[in-house]
Design a protein around this ligand. Structure first.
Ligand code: FE2
Length: 243
């Protein structure tokens, strides 16, 4: 199970609170809307977090068209789906991480898990990118990368290989696992959170992330993303700098 609970991981907690500022709202909804629901219908507990940049900020690697569909249709769709799935259930009012932990591997909650994890993954993904990103990681992160991979370039290559090599839809991640940094890949909506790993950054390799811009050339998309958009500072924030 995950060790990354909001209570014991300050940096990831900050990221989660910042990116997924819905748990408090969900709790509020769960405790105060029984009358309102009778009038207005089910409460919309989860909301789509704002993008940290403009739709065209990641061009030319990710076009404004791709970003607007990816965020405005796909990410929003997961939010809408989850709200429908949890309405009136024990999951209403829980945080995304609580729902992910409770539904992971549960055959009767596949839809809830997939939508909750996809909301979390996408919010984390937007923060994993930034305009004029890429380049060299900050020194504190660089030291950890060199200790685990031998060099920053080796880390980049492993991340690119995982992203390009993930069969079908999924995600490539830089994580901290057992005190070391590692690259892992997950299929579909799956998350390192359920494996006791601390996510540091991620790359979405679902086709909707790149197909309008790169068609089937996923490896080219991943290479450009790592070189020009990767937000190493976000990874360092998640690492907690002193862990
Ligand atoms: Fe996506």
């Amino acid at each position: 199970m995950s060790t990354n609970s909001p209570d014991n991981d300050k940096s990831v907690d900050l990221t989660r609170r910042e990116a997924l500022g819905v748990a408090a709202g969900a709790l509020l909804m769960a405790t105060s809307t029984s009358d309102a629901q009778a009038v207005q219908g089910p409460a919309s507990a989860f909301t789509l977090p704002p993008l940290p940049y403009a739709d065209n900020a990641l061009e030319p690697v990710i076009s404004a068209q791709t970003l607007s569909f990816h965020y405005g249709k796909h990410h929003r769709g997961y939010v809408d789906n989850l709200n429908k799935l949890v309405a009136g259930t024990a999951f209403a009012g829980q945080s995304l991480e609580q729902i992910i932990a409770a539904t992971s591997g549960k055959a009767d909650h596949v839809g809830t898990y997939n939508n909750a994890a996809q909301i979390w993954n996408h919010t984390f993904y937007w923060r994993s990118l930034k305009p004029a990103g890429g380049g060299e990681p900050p020194e504190a992160l660089k030291a950890r990368i060199v200790a685990s991979f031998g060099s920053v370039d080796a880390c980049r290559k492993e991340l690119a290989a995982a992203a390009a090599g993930q069969f079908g839809s999924g995600w490539a991640w830089l994580v901290e696992d057992g005190g070391k940094l590692a690259v892992v890949k997950t299929g579909n909506a799956d998350s390192p959170l359920t494996k006791g790993q601390k996510p540091l950054l991620t790359i979405d390799v679902w086709e909707h992330a790149y197909y309008l811009d790169y068609q089937n050339r996923r490896a080219d998309h991943v290479s450009a993303l790592i070189d020009k958009l990767l937000n190493w500072e976000f990874a360092l924030d998640n690492l907690g700098k002193r862990s």
